[in-house]
Design a protein around this ligand. Sequence first.
Ligand code: OFO
Length: 169
Amino acid sequence: MFSKKIQKALNDQIQLEEQSSRIYMAMASWCEANGYAGAAGFLFMHSDEERMHMTKLLGYVNDKGGHALLQALEMPHNDFSSLQHVFEEILRHEELVSASINNIYDLTLKEKDYTTGQFLQWYIMEQIEEESLFRSVLDKFKLAGDQKGGLFHIDKELASMANAPSAKE
Ligand code: OFO
């Protein structure tokens, strides 16, 4: 049973994933404009991933006989005080996305929509991975402290993470 309530929640999640893609695109652009080419590449890739999260949801809603709708998006932040600030904002945003996915999962249990619950398992696992990834990037900032060259190394590492085969899955 694909209820209107679930359909509305999934459409709102489509909006959130599209917004996430936009947020990371704006961050990637800030990184590129500020000389952090590695972080820019990593975030452009991440922006593409969020778009994939959106289209996967869109396909599911339509396959279930619903109608996936695109909604208005907010203007993303275009300015950041530092590279660390960018990654702090990302983790905060991903925690919000995780809470949203968990709320929809909760709704599927209440509505006895086990198919959608099963579909959402992929997103639940993805959020665990993403939060852990961004926490590990923030740990690198803590380790680097005020060390000279610390940011350069973090940027280089982000570049290699963007180029890793697993990052392109
Ligand atoms: Fe970052 O996982 Fe979708 O939003």
